[in-house]
Design a protein around this ligand. Structure first.
Ligand code: NAD
Length: 513
């Protein structure tokens, strides 16, 4: 482990061996022996380990959270916003350290690690404003001297289950909104990135402590799928917000649905950019390459498919091949590199398997893939971004492979391109590159993209926190982050007040005694 990383771990309060859970500033007791070991995909080294929460640990956390909720829900929303404002400031102070740890533990580039922490800061700023804008509607009653309105109340405990690829931002999207709405949170991060989660818990716990707020408002439980299942089956958690694969989302949706709880699902994508004959090809190239190789193709919004007009297909493919030849693959902490490692060797195996399946189905690789070896790639997690010419209905093209494999598909008409873009099970992000207004508007219209995100002259990858984020079909239908996504974290109550001297019934019904 390099000295730099050690000092970052020290700054963020991470020891060689960490406990299973935390309800506040102190780590819970270590009740069981199961241990998660976090190895960096950058250099394959063990960074630190952490205990897995047992069922008893988990239960203790839920009790603490329930207790904390009784007080937190009575704190005025703008005062809750003030706590979130301080959390945003604490993130500003820790941006370099946390961003570096994100890069080292998850493998994304340092710039993207810092960007992820910036996204956390941005959502805090958004939530502070929101804390004064949790508006309900008022409506006119059909009865005289009656007043009707609706108001929004907190739900209770929000369970947050998150994926490895945005190890801290997704938690903060949920947490900042849930907190200003008056909820308490229990977070189960990915078992692949426990240390960035511990760092976040330390940062937020200090803010609560400095404000003399009792422990239990923000809680962390570490573990794998089984700890997640404790949450999804737990009737004490009214909302589960889960981010991860479609496979996971189907299990979570079924478990939470079976107890009639609420779930907010943010699942896999299979995102395409349509490159029209009216596109600015240089701009399209940047959007396509960043979308496909950024975070080594491990974003839910990564560009997986390019649907290219036949008249520009050859020229654009030649540009792509040239650009791929210039990509520098290596240590993501070195800012000269474009592409870092995959998360682990299982992901490398899935990448190789997808390449083999694509070839079996008739895919033609114009840029070949492969695993890199040698001292600079000692972790075994570095792969070459590759490009294949395919048909959209290949089984492998319909599937989200979380790796830098880009599929090229040719089209003749815009109707055909939109149909191809929509002809996958997922519906997260989509884009068209065109300078033609008619094409752009058709793509955005009701007969256009069926995705939760549809962009013009921007790639599929990356989103600002101000908009609602999420997707349709097998992406799960959830919306997080900006716009009115906060409503998912609250319960709506309709109130009717009678200030007359009589009790008139609705719809003019007579009931005289
Ligand atoms: P994953 O599904 O393997 O795991 C995600 C989380 O779910 C982990 O914390 C895991 O422990 C937990 N989990 C798994 N099975 C569970 C179950 N049955 N019950 C409860 N919890 C369970 O996903 P991953 O490999 O960490 O992340 C990659 C996936 O996440 C990709 O499919 C990607 O598209 C998706 N993702 C989606 C979004 C979005 O906003 N739509 C954002 C980030 C990642």
């Amino acid at each position: 482990m390099s000295t730099d990383i050690q000092s970052i771990l020290n700054k963020l309060g991470i020891n060689a061996s960490n406990a299973a859970y935390s309800t506040g500033s102190n780590w819970g007791v270590e009740l069981n022996a199961n241990t998660l070991e976090s190895f960096s995909p950058v250099d394959g080294k063990l960074i630190a380990s952490a205990k897995v929460a047992s069922a008893a640990d988990y239960d203790a956390v839920v009790h603490k959270a329930q207790e904390a909720f009784t007080a937190w829900r009575t704190v005025p929303a703008p005062k809750r916003g003030e706590i979130v404002r301080q959390f945003g400031d604490a993130l500003r102070e820790n941006k370099d350290a946390l961003g570096t740890l994100v890069s080292y533990e998850m493998g994304k580039s340092l710039q993207e690690g810092f960007g992820e922490v910036q996204e956390m800061i941005d959502i805090c700023d958004f939530a502070v404003g929101l804390s004064r804008q949790l508006y309900g509607l008022t409506m006119h009653s059909e009865r005289p001297s009656h007043r009707m309105y609706e108001q929004w109340h907190p739900l209770g405990i929000v369970g947050i289950i998150s994926a490895f690829n945005f190890p801290v931002a997704v938690w903060s999207w949920n947490t900042a909104l849930a907190l200003v709405c008056g909820n308490v949170c229990i977070w189960k991060p990915s078992e692949k990135t426990p240390l960035t989660a511990i760092a976040c818990q330390h940062i937020i716990a200090k803010v609560f402590k400095d404000n003399d707020i009792a422990e239990g408002v923000c809680n962390l439980v570490l573990g794998d799928r089984e700890v997640g299942e404790l949450m999804t089956n737990d009737g004490r958690i009214p909302l589960i917000s889960a981010t991860g694969s479609t496979r996971m989302g189907k299990a979570v949706g079924a478990a939470v649905g079976a107890r009639l709880g609420k779930s907010l699902l943010e699942l896999g994508g299979n995102n395409a950019i349509i490159i029209s004959e009216h596109a600015d090809l240089d701009m399209s190239l940047i959007g396509a390459v960043f979308g496909a190789v950024g975070t080594a193709g491990q974003r839910c919004t990564s560009t997986r498919r390019l649907i290219i007009h036949e008249s520009v297909y050859d020229a654009f493919t030649a540009k792509l091949v040239k650009a791929y030849g210039q990509l520098r693959i290596g240590d993501p902490l070195d800012q000269n590199n474009h592409v870092g490692p995959l998360i682990d060797t299982d992901a490398v195996a899935a990448y190789l398997d997808s390449i083999a399946k694509c070839k079996e189905e008739g895919g033609n690789f114009v840029v070949e893939g492969g695993v890199l070896s040698g001292d600079a790639y000692i972790s075994g997690c570095y792969v070459k971004p590759c490009i294949a010419e395919v048909q959209n209905d290949f089984k492998i093209v319909q599937h989200e492979t979380f790796a830098p494999i880009l599929y090229l598909i040719k089209y003749k008409t815009l109707d055909e391109a939109i149909a191809l873009q929509n002809a996958v099970p997922q519906g997260l992000s989509s884009a068209i590159m065109t300078l033609n207004l008619r094409e752009a508007e058709q793509f955005l219209s009701a007969k256009g993209s069926d995705c939760g995100i549809a962009n013009v002259n921007i790639g599929t990858s990356g989103a600002e926190i101000g908009g609602a984020f999420g997707g349709e079909k097998e992406t799960g239908g959830g919306r997080e982050s900006g716009s009115d996504a906060w409503r998912a974290y609250m319960r709506r109550q309709t109130n009717t007040i009678n200030y007359s001297n009589t009790l008139p019934l609705a719809q003019g019904i007579k009931f005289d005694l």
